[in-house]
Design a protein around this ligand. Sequence first.
Ligand code: ZN
Length: 310
Amino acid sequence: MRDADVHICECGPRDGLQNLAVFVPTEAKCALIDAIAAAGVKEVDAGSFVPPRVVPQFADVEAVTAHSLGRRDIVTGALVPNARGAERAIAAGVQAIYFVISASETHNLANVRRSVSEQLDGFRAVRAAIDASGRAARPHLMGAVATAFGCSLEGRVAEAAVRRLAIAFAESGADEIGLADTVGYGNPALIKTLVEAVRSDVGPAMPLRLHLHDTLGLGLANAYAGLEAGIRRFDAAVSGLGGCPFAPGARGNVVTEDLVFMLEELGMHTGIDLNRLMATREILARQIPAEHLTGHLHEAGIPKSLWRAA
Ligand code: ZN
């Protein structure tokens, strides 16, 4: 089987559900992960190890990750906000841990009530906990820079703040660095500049991932700019799940289906069966109000005359 040219992590089950008012039943979350894996996606961000009183949606994160881990065909990841969350994630056996720190000091305080430097201490504690866990296959640890391309509270975020944080992640033992356009204020020029700057800071051996939102309609343009800057690892959410809590009704993450279509049209192999990926819509439509479900391919259909199955 041909290796994929581009790696996509499906973050719908986590980013897509975290701000949703309705609780999606555990069985539906598991069915969604099964459908994502069946379509050929190789990594899923399955939930967040936060206290249930903070985000009730993830009260069942242990059950959902256990289900996902039962599959051999997908890497099961989860977000953790602190060392306590990491302990739970390690105990659950997740294979990838995503630790998020905002480049915007204001956003970080609002999000986790800690300063950037306190959060970095937390990241180092997570690194230490993973190293001390004694597991044969240690979970992959990604340090993600949130609000890297703009912040709903601070507006533009200084390039230096993003670069400092990326360097700190690298020096603190990150296996991968993510750059997240958390609120979707990025533009293609900014993506290209910042990816190239961070790449030169952390060196070519460090995997870099882009996490994009389509709030202002620039999600795919930004993904293309990332590709041009050498990015081959992306987060995306089926049906564009994941609205911004500060902009009700705004579009969410870049749509996995549309991203896969674009990449394949560009001649890049994703290993994902688009028709099967589109079938995830049925699972979502039974649980989630229609206004949260977007995507150009879902609106237009896959053009039969254009598309040959991968
Ligand atoms: Zn996001």
